[in-house]
Design a binder for this molecule. Structure first.
Ligand SMILES: [Zn+2]
Length: 255
């Protein structure tokens, strides 16, 4: 039954991969069945705002130009927000030199045909800079850091695999850096500069994940109180370790 939920070419993104690795039940509900969320998740609002702001700032000028940053904040009705100013300042310390050419929200797709199963990976990279022979990709993070090396994060591994053909085509060295921009995180994790062996290993890992998706029959929930507490499907999950009150109307239980 569940294998009919997957098409011949399995779509793969950082978020679907992340969900799959976290909880197979959540993967079934969100990625395969596309169910509406039954519970509120964490609010991503501040993260989105910081991403938008940095994109606007870089499109019209430099993040190191205080007047320009202030003007951009004002244009968005956000002047006087010291929290947002703090995010921009902490980013500016990590930003490539002002003569680097940058693009934001770079969309990439890459297809894997053989060996089976086939998959189509897609993703959006926050910022890609070109300078000093480097394709310098950045992922802006506004939350906590959970990893010491970018290379250990499966989402980062997918991202570099997506970017690798672009770097090769342009004859640039590929590097992915996570910029942790909240005041609480003091150090960024070690950036990832994948070599050809890393990239071949990543493709095989992703293929293995898709193969496991094909073989999955149970889609059991992870039943971990910490993870379930943030799950957007916790109140409709039979395995949830942290049941919630559904936002959906539900029929009364028997007995
Ligand atoms: Zn910048």
């Amino acid at each position: 039954m569940p294998d009919r939920l997957l098409g011949d070419i399995v779509p793969l993104s950082a978020s679907s991969l992340d969900t799959w690795l976290r909880c197979r039940r959540e993967f079934l509900a969100s990625q395969l069945l596309g169910l509406p969320e039954s519970d509120a998740g964490g609010s991503p609002d501040q993260g989105l705002l910081v991403h938008d702001l940095l994109r606007h700032i870089h499109q019209q000028g430099s993040c190191r130009d205080a007047e320009h940053v202030e003007g951009t904040l004002a244009a968005h009705g956000l002047n006087g927000s010291s929290a947002l100013q703090g995010f921009v300042e902490r980013h500016a310390r990590r930003c490539p030199p002002d003569d680097a050419a940058g693009e934001h929200e770079v969309e990439r797709a890459r297809f894997h045909r053989r060996p089976a199963p086939m998959f189509m990976a897609t993703g959006r990279i926050d910022a890609v800079w070109r300078h000093r022979g480097l394709l310098d990709a950045r992922d802006y993070k506004t939350g906590q850091s959970f990893t010491e090396r970018v290379a250990d994060d499966p989402r980062a591994r997918l991202q570099v695999w997506l970017l690798a053909p672009l770097a090769r085509h342009e004859g640039l060295r590929l590097r992915l850096r996570y910029e942790f921009l909240s005041a609480e995180v003091l150090d960024d994790p070690e950036p990832f500069e994948p070599d050809d062996d890393d990239l071949a290993a990543i493709e095989e890992e992703l293929r293995g994940v898709v193969e496991a998706m094909w073989g999955e029959q149970e889609f059991a929930g992870v039943a971990d109180a910490a993870l379930c507490g943030h799950c957007r499907y916790r109140s409709i999950c039979p395995d949830s370790a942290s049941p919630g009150v559904p936002a959906w109307p539900v029929p009364p239980e028997d007995g």
